[in-house]
Design a protein around this ligand. Sequence first.
Ligand SMILES: Cc1cc2nc3c(=O)[nH]c(=O)nc-3n(C[C@H](O)[C@H](O)[C@H](O)COP(=O)(O)OP(=O)(O)OC[C@H]3O[C@@H](n4cnc5c(N)ncnc54)[C@H](O)[C@@H]3O)c2cc1C
Length: 400
Amino acid sequence: MEYDYVIIGGGIVGLTTAWKLASKNPRFRIAVLEKESALASHQTGHNSGVIHSGIYYTPGSLKARNCIEGYRQLLSFCQEENIPYEICGKLIVATGKEQLTQLDELYKKGLANGLRQIKPLGSSEIKDYEPHVSGLAALWVPYTGIVDYTAVSEKIAVKFRELGGSIFLSSKVTALKEKGNTIEVITPDKTFLTKFYINTAGLYSDRIALLSGKRLSVRIIPFRGEYYTLHENRKGLVKNLIYPVPNPDFPFLGVHFTRTIKGTVEAGPNAVFAFRREGYRTWDISLPELAWSLSWKGFRQVMAKYLRMGLAEYYRSFFKYAFVRELQKLIPEITANDLIPGGSGVRAQACTDTGKLADDFIVLENKKGMDILNAPSPAATASLAIGDYIATMCCKQVVT
Ligand SMILES: Cc1cc2nc3c(=O)[nH]c(=O)nc-3n(C[C@H](O)[C@H](O)[C@H](O)COP(=O)(O)OP(=O)(O)OC[C@H]3O[C@@H](n4cnc5c(N)ncnc54)[C@H](O)[C@@H]3O)c2cc1C
């Protein structure tokens, strides 16, 4: 059980990192440890399946650069490996006058990020793209697409194994101990000795970083996103992807309509604080995890800052009619009868000790390991670029 690199977490970020590291040097002995019995069991397997274009992100930020490069790599990967995907485009729709400036800002950001074919639309042109949508203005983003990220992850795992990499499922990391120049990565069954660890544990990435003895100025706060699925006979209301103009003060995109690569149409996700990190249902509660979140001063500040917004999200979560009212801003003819409860996902959102919801990726590094502490959306889109970035930074740590 001796390795050059042990990667903790078998989501899409851990897997791309593993594959990219193995591609850089086939002599590296690399293991991925995943606590569940299947890969991509959490964020990666519970997301909207959207291939983001990069329009939302501050030009030059890690998010923007990785999203645009990751988009390019993801499309090539899907083509080479015959993974179904579709570039169907999306509409971002302004439904209130106060959103028009923000829509214009998005247009400028998109151009600055190199998305030359995005197109501003007037109210009447919206119907040419989405006949059932009404709005004051919109932005057509032809680059956006859809894919199944579990399928992508599974294929990456195959490529990694082909290069000699090892994946251990049902292997929950419970402790990290320094032993001379190496680290012991301890699971209930086995101890893995490694020269360097990489923490891509998503919702538990802060816990793993703390196991390594690092002092952290962020904690992961879980935000659940709940979906409804459109009835089969009402799927025609949505041709492709329809998004609202996001609230610039909130790191989430607002409830939207997504056609998935499997052929369903989903409405959501909202963003409610989850009482458990892997709490996919409303009443999934872990008292120790809830106490841990509440004891973080940064989270208490976030709660105070976003109280109204947070309560509104809970209201929409509990009362379907309120969720529907939000959706009707985009498609006025949609009704509660058109929607059946769908799945959910939980976002690992880093929150700083000064009460900020971190926007960009956060990477901590020392001689023994690297921790990825914020890999929110669009990290699935960006994963191949993020994997490259982490592998490039880490591959100098071990001499084979
Ligand atoms: C509702 C929702 C919608 C989203 N929509 C999109 C989208 O449309 N497009 C997009 O690009 N992005 C989207 N995202 C974001 C994207 O899914 C995530 O950014 C990405 O999946 C993060 O991948 P990851 O590998 O970091 O985390 P994860 O997929 O969560 O993987 C972390 C893994 O670590 C494992 N782990 C945790 N603790 C331990 C331990 N102690 N020992 C061993 N293993 C451990 C977990 O079991 C898990 O498998 C969405 C996210 C959510 C939640």
